[in-house]
Design a protein around this ligand. Structure first.
Ligand code: ARG
Length: 563
């Protein structure tokens, strides 16, 4: 039970209100000198038929202060409480240091499954900069839900089906000059571009492409082999990029996976009278909801993106029995999601209420470097490489003696990129500049990572000094208290991030901790002469190190010990 809960329990019988309800009433006074928690008595005025200041005064009279509360003061209509700083410091330190890597974790999701679909790149297409938000946000949500005890399923819904694969095979058979396995994504993209150029001059290429796609659909061995080798090659290549970003998936079931699950869905839509024929196509009319129709089967008999999403949603429900199914996909697809969610609802799938389109804004570079205009595409790997290279230059200047410069630069450069889409409300468009994201003194991943490394460095220099039994009453100065409060807020931030599908709640919490630590570091001598003070400050440094490491880990960002 935390102090707020014990206060609520002590107040409940005096107020005639349930303790759980009271727990939600507390406010935090704007001015910390007024106390740490404020209880608004005007909410009781009606039932107790008394003026709020009188209620505050009489509650103060009657209440026996629970442990952890130093004093209470009635001010106007509020009863303000002052938390006993020493016992708060003690409980925060014990909590963090005893839980270690588990601090921030919980079991609230036990027994529930959450599907998180993210990244969802397209085969034989660039793994581009525009995939960054989905990949980073989805990975963070995946890790956050896992930390909360949910059974999590990370899904990469690969774009691995469609007529473009007929074009790829046509191009490869005409101009390919080595085994298809040896093609990098960039080379496959070049083949694709060439196909479009040549098809302008010779439209018959398009007929060949259609024929090849039909062969893939019909299971022709040569067509299938080329298709699957292209797919394997792309996956092999993107896995390297994912590894750099701490990203992994439990399932790579892409669009093609649902091909054989489509007929049942189409039949169900017909039987339930949800779909109808319209000029040779099968559609679901959504005009009643002010949306264009959702096309299920085109007039040429082929299914489309939406059909596969309907099949995928049903499959995930059946196979994983999710409590929640998240789709981390750009807001450009808002309409698509509203359409197929509505179709699922019309099919009577009441669980569609648990499907959430976790949308996000666009990313771009402020200074226009890496411009896409000249036709070159922004590959995510190139951005990561550039970030690492620039970071290496900074590290070479800041820490010339560091041995593991390259691995630190990799951790920090990639971290900076991930953080750029994890530090704001996800729907906001982000435009970043190198100066901003690599600023070691700004609100950046490098700043948080640097603070973590600073904690590690302080702790390395203790020469075996034992700080395992700190006297927390020595941490009541304002700098220590602000830091302790920031650390204490971390577990609730993890829960709130999951509830809102917003990793920034975690990154902001980390930022608060890091900046509070740096103020503490500059204002208080950690290696104080008094061994008891030194032990308490080292324990607080260790707790800071631990929580920063845990938080960065939830965001998929590394926490190097030296940088
Ligand atoms: N592959 C698609 C794209 O790159 C994104 C897929 C989104 N997920 C989904 N279930 N529709 O645009």
């Amino acid at each position: 039970m935390d102090v707020k809960e014990s206060l609520a329990a002590a107040l409940a019988p005096l107020c005639g209100v349930d303790a759980d309800a009271l727990n939600e009433w507390f406010e935090v006074p704007k001015n910390p000198e007024m106390g740490d928690l404020a209880f608004p008595c005007f909410r009781l005025a009606k039932t107790l038929r008394k003026a709020p200041p009188l209620i505050a005064a009489s509650l103060k009279e009657q209440l026996t202060l629970p442990a952890g509360i130093a004093k209470a003061e009635a001010v106007g209509g509020y009863l303000n409480f002052f938390i006993d700083a020493a016992s708060q410091a003690g409980s925060v330190l014990t909590e963090v240091l005893s839980k270690g890597d588990s601090f921030g974790k919980s079991e609230i999701g036990r027994g529930k499954t959450v599907c998180v679909e993210y990244s969802s790149i397209n085969i034989a297409k660039p793994f581009g900069f525009h995939h960054l938000p989905s990949t980073a946000i989805g990975n963070a949500l995946y890790r956050i839900y896992k930390a909360l005890g949910y059974n999590t399923v990370g899904i990469n819904h690969l774009g691995d089906w469609g007529t473009q694969f007929g074009k790829m095979i046509t191009a490869y058979r005409l101009w390919g000059d080595k085994p298809i396995d040896d093609y990098s994504i960039r080379e496959l993209v070049a083949l694709y571009v060439r196909f479009h150029e040549e098809a302008e001059k010779d439209p018959s290429l398009n007929d060949m492409a259609r024929a090849w796609f039909r062969k893939i659909e019909a299971g022709d061995p040569e067509a299938l082999e080329l298709w699957s080798k292209m797919k394997d090659g792309t996956i092999r290549e993107v896995k390297r990029t994912y590894r750099r970003m701490g990203v992994d998936f439990d399932s790579w079931a892409g669009e093609s996976f649902y091909e054989d699950k489509m007929p049942a869905i189409i039949a169900e839509l017909r039987e339930k009278g949800v779909s109808k024929l319209d000029q040779g196509a099968e559609i679901v009319d959504l005009s009643e909801w002010n949306m264009p129709p959702c096309i299920i089967v085109k007039s040429d008999g082929s299914t489309i993106y939406a059909t596969r999403d309907i099949a995928a949603a049903c499959y995930r429900k059946e196979h994983y029995d999710f409590a929640k199914s998240l789709y981390v996909v750009a807001y450009q697809q808002d309409l698509h999601f509203r359409q197929f969610f509505k179709v699922l609802e019309l099919m009577g799938k009441e669980w569609v209420k648990d499907c959430v389109h976790v949308n996000f804004g666009m990313v771009s570079m402020e200074d226009g470097s890496f411009s896409t205009r000249s036709g070159n595409i922004l590959y995510l790997d190139d951005i990561l490489d550039a970030a690492v290279e620039k970071t290496l230059a900074i590290i070479q200047e800041k820490s010339p003696d560091l041995e593991e410069k390259q691995s630190a630069a990799e951790a920090v450069g990639v971290g900076a990129i991930l953080w750029s889409v994890l530090y704001n409300n996800r729907i906001k468009d982000v435009s970043f500049s190198w100066d901003k994201i690599l600023n070691f003194d700004g609100e950046t991943a490098p700043y948080v990572q640097y603070t973590h490394a600073r904690c590690c460095s302080v702790l390395r220099k203790t020469d075996g000094f034992d700080y395992s039994a700190p006297d927390a009453s020595l941490l009541c100065d304002p700098y220590s208290r602000t830091l302790l409060k920031a650390i204490e807020a971390f577990p609730a931030a993890v829960v709130s991030a999951a509830e809102k599908y917003e990793p920034y709640v975690v990154s902001r919490a980390l930022m608060n901790i890091a900046s509070a630590f740096n103020k503490f570091y500059y204002e208080q001598r950690i290696m104080a002469d008094d061994p008891a003070v030194k032990a308490a400050r080292l324990a607080l440094t260790d707790a800071t190190r631990q929580v920063l490491k845990n938080g960065l880990n939830l965001l998929g960002i590394q926490a190097p010990e030296r940088m």
